[in-house]
Design a protein. Structure first.
Length: 234
């Protein structure tokens, strides 16, 4: 399944608060099949559906992680820790992108690791002192101090450049996708627009078509259009 279809399916999941397993999505090849599937999932005609807000938030987070940050969909579960999916490099960018895409301040913070602090402080002090003692025997004390400080500074730069995996870590090491989903609910104090939503067939039909048109960038959707061959989904 191409990225366009993956994002479309996850948008449907997020909008209706349902889960569409991969084995089911492979058979949803036309708009009418998707509409019928969603209709069955929300139990239309049986009092509607009371969408779990944590579940909806989870689907929203999963969509961002998969389509914007390249995290494999199959590993994303509520118990997955944020720390385990942080890249070795560009951790700050990852956190900023996640917060930006979800449109809220996630409260996730990176801090220097204990190992990195030790790697910075002890070798730098040792290098500075050794160079200062050795250099003072060959040159002016002030010049020796300046040269020692410059070499120690260059050493810090090299350490900083070659140890990205040791440099920072997530302050909340046990923070999970489920925790993030619960926090995300607070972003919208009024709750989701679909909370306790009682869907009608007409609403499902309208919303599914609107999502298809938005995600696939098409202006018209017919019932039996094939997502790949007729609507150009990749």
């Amino acid at each position: 399944m191409g990225l366009d279809l993956v994002e479309m399916i996850m948008s449907i999941e997020e909008h209706f608060g349902i889960e569409i397993p991969s084995e089911d999505s492979e058979h949803l090849t036309t708009p009418i099949k998707l509409i019928n599937y969603v209709t069955g999932k929300v139990n239309i005609g049986k009092g509607g559906t009371n969408v779990c807000q944590t579940q909806k938030s989870f689907y929203e987070i999963r969509r961002v992680l998969v389509t914007k940050l390249g995290v494999p969909k199959k590993i994303i579960t509520p118990s997955l820790t944020i720390k385990s999916i942080l890249p070795a490099k560009n951790k700050y960018k990852f956190i900023e992108r996640l917060s930006g895409e979800l449109n809220f301040n996630s409260g996730l913070h990176l801090s220097h690791t204990t190992n990195f602090q030790r790697l910075i402080i002890y070798p730098s002090m040792l290098i500075f002192l050794v160079l200062l003692v050795v250099g003072s025997g060959y040159m002016d004390a002030a010049l020796s101090m300046i040269i020692s400080a410059l070499i120690a500074f260059l050493t810090l730069i090299l350490i900083f450049h070659f140890t990205p995996q040791l440099r920072t870590e997530l302050s909340q090491s046990d923070y999970t996708i489920g925790d993030l989903a619960r926090v995300l609910i607070l972003r919208d104090k009024t709750g989701s627009k679909n909370n306790a939503k009682q869907w009608t067939r007409a609403e499902i039909d309208q919303d599914v078509r609107a999502i298809i048109m938005r995600e696939l960038s098409v202006s018209n959707v017919n019932d039996n259009d094939h997502f790949i061959y007729d609507l150009g989904a990749g």
